[in-house]
Design a protein around this ligand. Sequence first.
Ligand SMILES: C[S@@+](CC[C@H](N)C(=O)[O-])C[C@H]1O[C@@H](n2cnc3c(N)ncnc32)[C@H](O)[C@@H]1O
Length: 452
Amino acid sequence: MSDPSSGSARSAALSDIILASARNVQAVLSGRSLSDSLADTPAALRAPAQAVSFHVMRQLGLARAIRAELVKRTPANPLFDALLLTALALLDAAVHFQNESTAGAPERRYTPIYAPHTVVDQAVTAAGEHRQLRPYKALLNGVLRTFLRERHSLLEHVRQQPEALHNHPRWWVQRLRRAYPAQWQSLLLAANIPGPMVLRVNQRRAQTAEVMQALAEAGINVVDAGHDALVLAQPKPVHDIPGFDEGWWSVQDLAAQQAARLLPLQSGMRVLDACAAPGGKSAHMLELADIALTALDADPQRLEKVALTLKRLGLDTQGRVDVRCADAADLTSWWDGTPFDAVLADVPCTASGVVRRHPDIRWLRREADIARTVTLQRTIASALWHTVKLGGHLLYATCSIFPEEGELQAAWFARHHPDAVRLPAPGQLLPLDDGTGLTHDGFFYALFAKQA
Ligand SMILES: C[S@@+](CC[C@H](N)C(=O)[O-])C[C@H]1O[C@@H](n2cnc3c(N)ncnc32)[C@H](O)[C@@H]1O
């Protein structure tokens, strides 16, 4: 059995890792993002707790369905409920990957696997060490042992439910099924396979060949995906890869790397990145052309990251960038009336295309969020259209795979803006292997030109 913990955390007790993970699961179930919650996890436990929490997010539909079978009522104590779900998700993996037929399964590479008896023992120890959880020790022990005894029949039964079978909310499954009748199952499976780490070489600081050589010398294997993109065989902390502090490269998925190249940027242009934080696409545009960029975002904390990113990459020079905190839709609060040659509208969305990197998203979203983001996206994109000069371009982008935020939105925009001409752009990018062996996140791009 492998131990997924790493580095200084290798010596952390599994009971501590399980308890820290349960706290993260509890946070997500109460509406907080997993990355925010992980930031509060003690540093020594963070890496293994992240591996376990990510696993639980990918198996939460199944774990909940099993819990519903084995415990009459949802436990009133939310931390105990999260601990039980965490232990069930780990236990299922423990038994599943013991099986010879799954020993070589690709998911095994990123699934935290411990021996079943260790999971039971350490989960019960975790409960025993926490005052609030102590009364539940016997219940936890009993439920986990019942699961081990009755696993086959239980799994056969609960996998009749779409949420347990696909590990996504039922409404999410139904929407993908309707939108992609031939691909919905592949999309749901792909959402549980972590995306690769991809670098975008900053051509202002380094050549792709130089970066590849430095990485090779450091024993890091990459695939050159073209257009300055390098795909790592194994993800690594950024500081373990040569050139981060020197600004040679940034981490950015292959789909997101398409944005800057879709806008016809030329030196001297006035460009707006209307929803810019944390600044990945702003930086890429500045790397590609000598533009004057306004980088806008409504979130002041996220906007701080834009400034840091541009500084690290050496792109904050010569007054080329105006970083501003404002609501992009409220033109009177930030626009001086001088039109832009190019506008990037990378609008807020459900982020349904990046679930493989953020497995908690599916559980945080509610179906009603789609209608809310659709309205917000229309408001922002329509306001921004006023700021585009005649002959200029607006690129509408979302990291979603729901058509309401993508193709339907682009069609709505074209219908409501008769001066908008839709130009060729990738449209809906699905997070599936396109035959090259490389995968990208789910994204949507529509490009419009303003005609007289
Ligand atoms: C998809 S993210 C942008 C990612 C960014 N373009 C990048 O590549 O790094 C959407 C951003 O829109 C911002 N946002 C949400 N509502 C906004 C509004 N009304 N005006 C400006 N920015 C907004 C959010 O704070 C968030 O940073």
